[in-house]
Write a protein that binds this ligand. Sequence first.
Ligand code: G3P
Length: 225
Amino acid sequence: MTKIGKPALIINFKVYREVEGCDALELARVCEEVGREFGVRIAVCPPMTELGSVARAVGLPVLSQNVDPRAPGSSTGWVTPSMVRSAGAAGSLINHSEHRIQPRSIEECVDLCKGSELITVICADTVKMSSQVAAFRPDFVAVEPPELIGGDVSVTTANPRIVENTVEAVKSVSHGTSVLCGAGIKTGKDVRTALDLGADGVLLASGVVKSKDPRSALQDLVAYL
Ligand code: G3P
């Protein structure tokens, strides 16, 4: 399994038009090249339809954007952790703000992912929720205030306390769980601030995927690591 580096930089491609079809692999290759240039292992979350082709083609940690709490079997259309692993992914986001699931399902997903040796990244929108999901002992909790997602103001500027408080809350529940923050992160300075606030890395999307020049955006993002 390709591990996620520390500090962690995870680029969620979401389902933006810019990453449909072969364009997902093209962006993943840019992430790989910039990572090599700067000695950083960037992780990517391509759209589900491109997961296998990206995972097989790049030497990066590739994460699924979602898994469902289902074991292999007769579950048409669901995405099992086992099939994500077989597609070559290293892990999965769980409970992203744009793909919320019930707390019981979060726990089931984490357990199934662990059974398939997948890295688990649970998203949460508050300190309280971060602390609750930390009890499932995931590898990462990513705190993202929904109102800042996709915007131009970074969580590290708009709400630095949520980052600091999440780090404290998560570590007190599960010492081995790393904390990410996300929402509005666009620059290397934002990433530096996140790390200075105690985060182990960042989860971001539009700053790279929607950028006119993703390579330059990535080069700036990793510049202060
Ligand atoms: O998964 C990352 C995400 O929700 C943050 O998105 O566009 O604000 O970086 P963005």
